[in-house]
Design a binder for this molecule. Structure first.
Ligand SMILES: C[S@@+](CC[C@H](N)C(=O)[O-])C[C@H]1O[C@@H](n2cnc3c(N)ncnc32)[C@H](O)[C@@H]1O
Length: 310
């Protein structure tokens, strides 16, 4: 085994069996795990496929500094948004056979109070996945206008009380810790809405997405990633909410598009040839058994596409 110590307490990998199976055609090539985290998927791939070489990327130094040094594993501390600049360096080829994106935060990040991701745990208002980034949650919460906060909370949190929450934040700021912010949010939403889940959940999700510029990063990556795959190479993406999944699905559908000529044209004039085939007609979800054992897996949506042309 090549697993890092305590990898399960760091993060329980989601749909492990499904991910290794979908990436089986890359078993003797190169796979890039763009979201190394606790290394669960990376090390399952290394253990199952003895000829595979894996590149583990993470923007969080906590993830990488506990990873074991293994001959077939290359670790890179970076934002996966820079993937096109990472291939072709450090002995990694220009094109690879598999790419994995397991989006969002790890259990370690969520459960470590000092990282400031959790509305359940008192901690600094941080939420940066990579601590070398300049923008943290406090800088957004304490400086953005009410209109900007409303837009962030509504767009990235899909929170219907975004305006009330933003106004309450502006009235009561500055905030320096998660607990005080979570209380302010809870007070801002009407009492009936407080009964369905934690009232700060969606706002915290929105702030995390904004702090880490997650959706723009994913969009950029999905636009460029297919060009980094060898023919037959696969990309596997696990999203945890509809905003991410929509970007993944759109990018796959766009690249899998064949002729876009109007149906009444007798012959194709657009000449559009798809270079990607979608292998999952609908997003794959974890089994009930997995969700029971790991409730954090419950919202996972897995999609796979394969490069079919050079
Ligand atoms: C859900 S966890 C991955 C868990 C991992 N698959 C495992 O089995 O342990 C997501 C990880 O991706 C990292 N991450 C998120 N966005 C990133 C980005 N844009 N660039 C690099 N790493 C990112 C996070 O820091 C976190 O460690």
């Amino acid at each position: 085994m090549t697993q890092p110590i305590n990898s399960e307490s760091y993060h329980l990998p989601v749909m492990l069996q499904e991910v290794t199976s979908w990436l089986a055609p890359a078993a003797s090539g190169w796979i890039i795990d763009c979201t190394y985290g606790g290394g669960g998927h990376t090390h399952a791939l290394l253990d199952e496929y003895h000829d595979v070489r894996v590149v583990g990327i993470d923007r969080d130094e906590d993830a990488l500094h506990r990873a074991p040094t293994t001959e077939r594993l290359t670790l890179v501390k970076a934002n996966y948004r820079d993937l096109a600049h990472i291939v072709g360096t450090r002995g990694i080829p220009d094109r690879v056979d598999g790419v994995l994106l397991d989006l969002g935060v790890s259990s370690h990040q969520l459960d470590t109070a000092g990282r400031g991701f959790s509305y359940h745990r008192a901690g600094p208002l941080d939420m940066r996945m990579g601590r070398d980034s300049d923008t943290d949650a406090a800088s957004i919460v304490n400086a953005a206008s009410a209109a900007e906060l409303t837009a962030i909370i509504s767009r990235y949190g899909e929170e219907r009380f975004a305006k009330r929450i933003a106004q309450a934040i502006v009235a009561e700021r500055p905030f320096n810790d998660t607990a005080t912010l979570a209380l302010c949010i809870a007070d801002a939403v009407p009492a009936p809405a407080r009964r369905t889940g934690h009232p700060a959940r969606k706002t915290f999700q929105a702030l995390r997405i904004a702090v880490n510029d997650e959706l723009d990063g994913l969009r950029d990556t999905m636009e460029s990633v297919f060009d980094l795959l060898n023919p037959g190479g696969r990309i596997v993406v696990m999203a945890y909410h509809s905003l991410e999944d929509r970007i993944v699905k759109r990018a796959m559908v766009d690249r899998a598009l064949a002729c876009v000529c109007p149906p009444d044209l007798p012959v194709c004039v657009c000449g559009l040839q798809p270079d990607v085939k979608i292998l999952t007609r609908k997003a794959v979800r974890p089994s009930d058994r997995e969700v029971q054992a790991n409730p954090r897996a419950r919202s996972a949506l897995l999609r796979v596409a394969e490069k079919v042309a050079p």
